[in-house]
Design a protein around this ligand. Structure first.
Ligand code: ADP
Ligand code: MG
Length: 470
């Protein structure tokens, strides 16, 4: 039902003004009552601009809390309605001054806190200090993009332009940021979403500031343009972009572009620009495998543990569970982790696995039940070189018992089947036998590195297989 809703709404973007009350009810659904009541309800909508919205909260603490936990997801919701919105800005209402609170809302736009609206591209350059090479976790899927980014940072214009593409939430912006961070002390760096570039372009024409615009962009040493697929400007803009691009390449400036697709699939961009993109190094970031997801969950948990001075607990089981279940992208994965952690902070307890399932319900529905018991049994049998009949038989030879227990364990952690259900699928075994198998493997994973390696391998294979099938 929810999906239908979302699909319908997707068509509405750009024309109508954003309806904040709709976003609020979406947020209530998404975050659940507790979080909504504690944090989200207090957000006030101030205004909508070309590519961002302005909201206000009462304290910096609430702003930081929301930013670190929910902002990515709020933005995703907003973007379902308005595709052109690509960030959210805050005003922190000064609670000391009662006066400010009773001003009509539009007056906020001239508030000092939002001076960035004026003169925006000079000040726009926002490099996020938290997205560094140091905390970019490496795996098979992103190694190439990481290495190319590193190389570009050490050896400017070695690969020029560098074009990084991949789906949503795969770490493209993180890498662009990391490049910007590592070069910004010694170079003029400009990191800008393509939509913002277009907006500045149009605005400069209106304000008769094209000279300033050109000068500004042509003076950068490092130009990072994020999400180039959103560039859909008119001829004149593409013309300007093309010339800026060439001018920068000619003078040896480094250009880095990110996109959600390869250059030849960009639909609204001139061929000559596309072929310029293809002329440099093109690398992609693919979906993270289990291993990478798990490493990211561990790293982020650690970062947050330091940040919150140990004020939350998350179980190993929960970490493994989300690494297994949240496969779509890394943004969603870290979002899931944040939810579990705020749960732990709010209720001052460790979330059990079933609580985790409830907290993440909306995220899990998407992917549930695609791993079948049959698939698990086949993969485990193949790995241990036994037949399915042997696995399902009641024989208790040693070479059959471990694989059987492993398959039962994997079924428990990779599907949402209950113990009796699992029992039925394994030749009507009793649920106590199922519990025993799960416990045995859980214990052995801690003691026996070979077995724990095998389990990880199998888990990956089961999830991979499935990904390939879909
Ligand atoms: P994209 O720009 O591809 O949509 P982002 O760079 O915004 O994705 O990544 C989404 C979130 O996941 C960010 O918080 C980012 O820091 C994090 N992230 C992505 N890839 C990694 C990685 N390899 N290691 C650590 N964090 C990552
Ligand atoms: Mg991005």
């Amino acid at each position: 039902m929810k999906n239908n809703n979302l699909n319908q709404k997707k068509d509405n973007f750009t024309l109508e003004k954003l309806d904040w009350s709709t976003i609020q009810s979406e947020m209530k659904n998404k975050f659940g009552n507790d979080i909504y009541e504690s944090w989200i309800k207090k957000i006030e909508f101030v205004n909508e601009f070309h590519d961002y919205i302005l909201i206000s909260v009462s304290t910096r603490f609430i702003r930081d809390w929301i930013t670190s936990r929910y902002l990515d997801q709020i933005l995703q919701l907003v973007r379902l309605y308005k595709k052109n919105i690509n960030r959210i800005e805050f005003i922190v209402k000064n609670t000391e001054s009662k006066e400010e609170n009773i001003l009509p809302k539009q007056h906020f736009t001239t508030n000092e806190n939002v001076s960035f609206i004026k003169d925006s591209y000079l000040q726009y350059n926002r490099i996020d200090p938290n997205k560094k090479f140091d905390n970019f976790v490496l795996g098979f899927s992103n190694k190439l993009a990481y290495e190319a980014s590193k190389k570009v940072s050490q050896d400017i214009s070695h690969y020029n332009p560098l074009y990084i593409y991949g789906g949503v939430g795969m770490g493209k912006t993180h890498l662009l940021n990391a490049i910007g961070l590592s070069l910004k002390d010694k170079n003029k760096v400009m990191l800008i979403p393509a939509e913002r570039f277009m907006y500045q372009f149009v605005r400069s024409i209106k304000l008769n500031e094209m000279v300033k615009f050109k000068e500004y962009f042509r003076n950068t040493d490092i130009l990072l343009i994020d999400d180039i697929q959103f560039m859909n400007g008119k001829e004149a803009m593409q013309e300007e972009f093309f010339h800026t691009f060439n001018a920068l390449l000619d003078k040896g400036s480094q250009i880095i572009v990110s996109a959600d697709r390869p250059p030849n699939k960009l639909s609204r961009i001139q061929d000559r620009i596309k072929s310029r993109f293809s002329g440099g190094l093109v690398v992609d970031i693919q979906s993270p495998d289990y291993d990478l997801r798990y490493k990211i969950v561990q790293l982020k948990s650690e970062e947050l543990r330091v940040f919150y001075s140990d004020q939350f607990k998350i179980s190993e089981e929960a970490q493994r569970f989300i690494s297994t279940e949240i496969r779509t992208n890394i943004r969603e994965l870290t979002g899931a982790l944040n939810r579990i952690i705020s749960y732990s902070r709010i209720y001052n307890k460790i979330a059990t696995l079933s609580e985790v399932k409830i907290i993440l319900k909306d995220l899990l529905n998407l992917s549930e039940n695609k791993v079948t018991i049959d698939l698990i049994q086949s993969i485990v049998c193949k790995f241990f070189k036994i037949s399915k009949n042997e696995m399902l038989s009641s024989r208790r030879s040693r070479y059959l018992v471990r694989p059987r227990q492993a398959a039962i364990y994997l079924t428990k952690i990779l599907t949402s089947k209950s113990l009796p259900e699992i029992g039925r699928e394994f030749s009507n075994r009793d649920h106590t036998t199922i519990i025993h198998s799960v416990k045995t493997i859980e214990r052995l994973i801690k003691e026996d590195t070979e077995l724990s390696g095998n389990i990880d391998h199998l888990k990956n294979q089961i999830l991979y297989n499935r990904q390939n099938e879909v």
